[in-house]
Design a protein around this ligand. Structure first.
Ligand SMILES: [Zn+2]
Length: 205
C-alpha cells in the first residue's frame, strides 16, 4: 500500500477523493480522526532516565492533525474495533495479573502468568493490527503522510492535488489560507467546485 502525502490545507478543507480510503469503493461517510505522530528519536529518551522523560519529550515533540477520512461502511469502524479490542484485552490481562498476584493458593501464579503472557501477546497483536490501519508516518506543520490507504485513493488524491495546483484561484486561496477553523466539506460544495473546474477547463479547451 502506498504512502500518501496530504497538505494540511487540503485536509482542513476536506479536499479529498470521495472514495473509501481503504478499499476504493464509494465513500459513505467521513470519519473524523485526529492522527498523532512523533519522531522516532524521541524513544532514545527511554534509555536516559526511563518512562517519565520519554513521556515529557513525547508530549513536546508530538504533532497532531485532524483528517476527515472518507470511508465505506465496512471500513468506517476499523479504528474503533482496534481500540475496543486493545482496551478490553489489555485491561482483562492486567486484571488477571492482579488477581493472580493477590490469590494466595497454588492457582495464583498460573493466573498471573496467563495475565502477563496475555498482556504481551495483546500488545504484539495490536502492533500487527495497527499495520493494517490507516496511520501517519510523518506529520509536519504543512502536511501529513499516511500509510495504509489504497492505491486508488492515493492516485485520486494526487490527481485532485495537481488539478488544484494548476488552478491559480485555488492556489491563491490556499496561499492566503490562515483560518484555523476547520471547514467541514459538504458533497455539494466539492461537487460545485468540481463543476466549476470542469466548466473552466471546457472554456480553456
Ligand atoms: Zn472501504
Amino acid at each position: 500500500m502506498p504512502n500518501l502525502r496530504l497538505p494540511r490545507a487540503h485536509c482542513d478543507r476536506d479536499d479529498l477523493p470521495s472514495i473509501c480510503a481503504k478499499c476504493g469503493r464509494e465513500e459513505t461517510t467521513l470519519v473524523s480522526r485526529t492522527f498523532t505522530w512523533c519522531p522516532s528519536w524521541v524513544f532514545i529518551f527511554i534509555i536516559f532516565g526511563g518512562l517519565l522523560p520519554l513521556l515529557i519529550v513525547y508530549f513536546i515533540a508530538r504533532k497532531r492533525m485532524r483528517v476527515n477520512v472518507p470511508l465505506c461502511d465496512e471500513h468506517a469502524g476499523g479504528w474503533k474495533r482496534a481500540a475496543l479490542f486493545g482496551w478490553t484485552s489489555v485491561l482483562g490481562c492486567v486484571a488477571l495479573l492482579i488477581v493472580g498476584l493477590t490469590v494466595a493458593d497454588q492457582v495464583g501464579p498460573i493466573v498471573a502468568m496467563v495475565g502477563g503472557v496475555g498482556f504481551v501477546v495483546c500488545l504484539i497483536a495490536l502492533a500487527v493490527w495497527n499495520m493494517f490501519l490507516i496511520r501517519p508516518t510523518k506529520i509536519t506543520k504543512e502536511d501529513i503522510t499516511l500509510a495504509g490507504v489504497c492505491q486508488e485513493f492515493a492516485d485520486e488524491a494526487k490527481e485532485l492535488r495537481s488539478r488544484y495546483d494548476d488552478d491559480d484561484d485555488r492556489r491563491d486561496a490556499y496561499g492566503d489560507y490562515d483560518d484555523d477553523r476547520p471547514q467541514r466539506r459538504t458533497t455539494r460544495t466539492r461537487d460545485r467546485y468540481e463543476d466549476e473546474y470542469e466548466d473552466n477547463r471546457r472554456d480553456r479547451d
